[in-house]
Design a protein around this ligand. Sequence first.
Ligand code: BGC
Length: 545
Amino acid sequence: MLGFSSSLFILLLTVAEMGFGQNTAKFSRDDFPSHFVFGSGTSAYQVEGAAFDDGRTPSIWDNFTHAGNLDDKSNGDIACDQYHKYKFLIMKLLDDYIYSANDATWCNNVLSLYLLQEDVKLMVDTGLEAYRFSISWSRLIPNGRGPVNPKGLQYYNNLINELTIHGIQPHVTLFHYDLPQVLEDEYEGWLGRDIVKDFTAYADVCFREFGDRVLYWTTVNEANVFALGSYDSGIFPPKRCSSPYGANCASGNSTSEPYIVAHNILLAHASAARLYKKKYQAKQHGFIGLNLFIYWFIPLTNAKEDVLATQRAYDFYVGWFFDPLVFGDYPDTMKKNVGSRIPSFTPHQSEQVKGSFDFFGVNHYGTSYIKDNPNSLKIDQRDFNEDMAAKLVFKRNDLPVGEFPIIASGMQEVLEYVKQVYGNPPIYIHENGQMTLRNASLNDTSRVKYLEAYIGSLLNAVRNGSDTRGYFSWSFLDVFELLDGYKSSFGLYYIDMNDRDLKRYPKLSAQWYSNFLKGRSSISNVTIETKNNLSAPSQITHSSQ
Ligand code: BGC
């Protein structure tokens, strides 16, 4: 726990020590093409709070956290309270002297009320060019389908207006892990084919209501991790898995459900994309894509088996979704190893899925080694990992607790892989960032090192011809973390959970990113801004909600 003055002191020392000096920056914002956008992101359940306000109904994440599934027993009921972070500002527009009939004059101050979104103000101050956020389906359409909630509509309209007024591009994700619970109860959510119709109708509302201002739409966040985390290991809601796999789930089938869910995601994505392209794109001129979580995979040894296993790992983690989107079918390795448990595309479905995207979203955090695991194919009832016949091996060395190793070349490698295998599609890096303990210091040097290294690697990929068009650090604020609650954090801004107003405080990484975005790299800029803008909490503590 550091007091403000000591943390500021260390912040200044560190900035000096790390040598973010005028001449040390290896690259700058201007080295990226001018159309390239830099932003930061959050997601609805992780940032909004107001879980029971203004007509929102529970999502599967509300039920999951309220059942006490997280170690710290926390939930997103309040999270960063972004939903309520509006302040009325009284603005004096003009002074005018009005002449009246009886020759009296008086000053008429025209006052106007302006609603300020405080986090958007912080984004403007930071210099963000874009903000990635998701829409809470159950806030906008509380029954999952049917009537739109006017309060939900108003909330997103206000947010989008604030962003666009300030020249910050909104990049919107439609589904970021938080399905309306009502649809889970009715037909088992993503396991049921009805999801295709309901997701498309929800997307239609979003395109119709927000598409005049939102040009970047992502249908599903981390489709691969959602299918695996929720239906194989069961660590995410709706917590489905089957023995011997996963986390003691009450129901589910780890050997088949992830494949069914993935298939439905692809059909729902394709259906929403088709609708967008037919009904809105010509008028709104926007773009639509799907997002995956992608590791850089490295063979554990030079043995041919590990090299082949590494290709299989890419087929399973990436080809599972990108192959159907680009080529119209699952990779042969998957069809061979999974057999009848992986659904087949009818010719009509294949045609609709193929090409149904304008860009790919990529979340990249780290690297895994791959070891061949041929014996797993001898097991009858196999899950995804055993079908893949490969093991992920992570090397951590002597890392501080809870931090990711910085293997920044992974960014370039992943982008090269997608470029070469899928014909260089447009890409947005939707998430990339360093994890630290939530109550660690504002002096987050490991996050600064991580961001600098990964953005540098991204620049190498762009220079080498990758059609990557944007980068979003994860996350803008210290949000409610999926699985970790309030124990770990990724934010550029710390939030004092003991403060009634949940005040935001810039970390060193916020200062570094801001300077990078503003084309500055000098130490003096960092320190001057620190002195002027940073007023930190009396102590950095943490409490769960
Ligand atoms: C998810 C985020 C999450 C982040 C860090 C990503 O997999 O999309 O919602 O907060 O990882 O754990």
